[in-house]
Design a protein around this ligand. Sequence first.
Ligand SMILES: [Zn+2]
Length: 203
Amino acid sequence: MSSPIAHSLIGLALGLIRFLPRYRRWDELADQLRVLWRPLLFCVLLANAPDLDYFFGIFRGNVNYYHQTVTHTLVWIGVMALAIWTYGRLRERRASWLSLGLLLALLGSHLLADWLTVDRSPPIGLMLAWPFSDHLYHATFAFFPPPAKQTWTAVWSFQNLRLVLVEMAMTLPLVIIVLWFKRHAVTAGISASIVRGRRDQKP
Ligand SMILES: [Zn+2]
């Protein structure tokens, strides 16, 4: 599984795609982020939501007991996305199909990142098709490094510091690309309208 860093940055990138309007200046971006912090935080939390299964393991005395089981399946993310979307629709009556797509993308991004993470402790992979099949799915070309999480000392190890840096190098560019695109889409739009205006003025 990937660490919360990769899941959070992927969730943030998806949230920015959905909610951030195009902007021209950095101060406009700062204003937008001040307004949008709640939906963006929601996106970050939802992209991490399948790892809630660590919490249930506490009652068994082993946080890994339920990890990568029920909450890491396609059925679970489908049910969760539909439940949140239905709640939003009943409460605010403005949840669109696009919102349902975003919910599925956020929860699905978690499974995708975990599927792409090197897994060395059996059972290797995710039971994506559970309860219809117990088959474990794992990418043969997994590239996210595996975290050390056997003990609390291992969690704060140098290996995990390296993992955080590698994950940031892989996923932070997604956020930067979205921010770049939202800014340059405006610039491109303005340039195109100037060119169009000049063309219209020609006799
Ligand atoms: Zn996970």
